[in-house]
Ligand binder design. Structure first.
Ligand code: FAD
Length: 279
């Protein structure tokens, strides 16, 4: 039987009214393409708790299987359990479980659950098998990891704690992804590891973001993107073609699906998705 590839989409909770309207429009447009599920990010320490809850409700109102992200750093166990119970009561069956990064200005309270493997264990202990749990994976190594080997150990710990699937940090080098999958599988990991896909629409923003999260922009790609300067239309077209070619290679060579970081922008994701043959 032919394997079905899953396309999932990630959104973030908007801060302002105008951005809320834009998100609702983008979500309607993208949901019409029937993704497998959508996910909604969550600021560590509860910094977007209300916004995440609102966005989750919006996605559910559009009929989507919705996976709220939940980050544990900066939260007490009681807070995390309250959020889990709320989601369960709302009929949520999926969670993306993360450590998170505390936003600056949130103080130094680290909370009671310090790493994602502890959060996965807490979810399993409290909610049994109610939630399908996705965790994060870092083909190019998490920026704070002591070593690539230790980072893999920590990834394996999340899987052993009960994760059902993983979504990667975005990357532009497919060898890093397949190398990570091979190394995880050699350690007995058999859950799907889905590539996270970042559409390219703005070089300055992408470079800043990539530095923070440890994603490498290959030198040749950075040079091509810089050359477009203020010609945004050409940059968008080049970016969409590049990401679509990379995504198709990932799918053709065995990736179980794709998870798009939509940044609440339907056009950028559709410019890639429309070029893919996904079966
Ligand atoms: P962990 O798996 O806990 O790892 C964090 C670091 O600690 C790694 O370097 C790891 O090697 C190390 N480590 C892990 N366990 C241990 C241990 N037991 N002892 C010592 N070291 C250990 N952030 C948000 O705030 N909100 C979001 O909604 C969000 N969504 C994301 C979605 C995806 C798909 C991805 C890839 C990232 C997302 N992030 C989000 C960012 C993420 O929170 C950060 O990358 C964060 O720094 C690490 O989170 P993690 O869950 O991977 O942490």
């Amino acid at each position: 039987m032919k394997e079905v590839k899953t396309i999932s989409l990630e959104f973030f909770p908007p801060r302002e009214e105008a951005a809320r309207e834009k998100l609702a429009e983008a979500a309607r447009e993208l949901v019409a393409r029937r993704p497998a599920y959508v996910s909604v990010t969550y600021g560590a320490g509860g910094s977007t708790r209300a916004g995440t809850a609102d966005t989750v409700r919006l996605m559910q109102s559009l009929g989507m299987d919705t996976a709220p992200h939940l980050s544990c750093i900066g939260s007490s166990r009681a807070e995390l359990v309250e959020i889990l119970d709320g989601y369960r009561a709302q009929g949520i069956r999926r969670i993306v479980a993360l450590r998170g990064d505390l936003p600056s200005g949130m103080g130094r309270y680290l909370g009671e659950v310090h790493y994602a493997n502890e959060l996965v264990a807490l979810i399993r202990e409290h909610s049994g098998d109610w939630f399908h749990i996705e965790v994060a994976a870092y083909p190019e190594v998490h920026p704070q990891a002591a070593s690539a080997a230790k980072d893999l150990d920590h990834f394996v710990a999340k899987v052993q704690a009960g994760a059902n699937g993983a979504i990667t940090q975005y990357f532009f080098n497919i060898d890093a992804y397949f190398d990570f999958v091979d190394r995880a599988q050699a350690r007995g990991v058999d859950i799907p590891i889905t590539p996270g896909i970042m559409p390219i629409t703005n070089y300055t923003q992408l470079a800043r973001f990539s530095k923070m999260c440890g994603a490498e922009i290959p030198r040749w790609l950075a040079a091509r993107l810089v050359d477009f300067g203020d010609d945004r239309a050409s940059l968008h077209a080049f970016g969409a073609d590049f990401i679509a070619r990379m995504s198709q290679r990932l799918l053709d060579q065995g990736a179980p699906g794709l998870h798009f970081y939509t940044l609440n922008n339907a056009d950028a994701t559709l410019a890639v998705w429309n070029q893919l043959s996904v079966s």
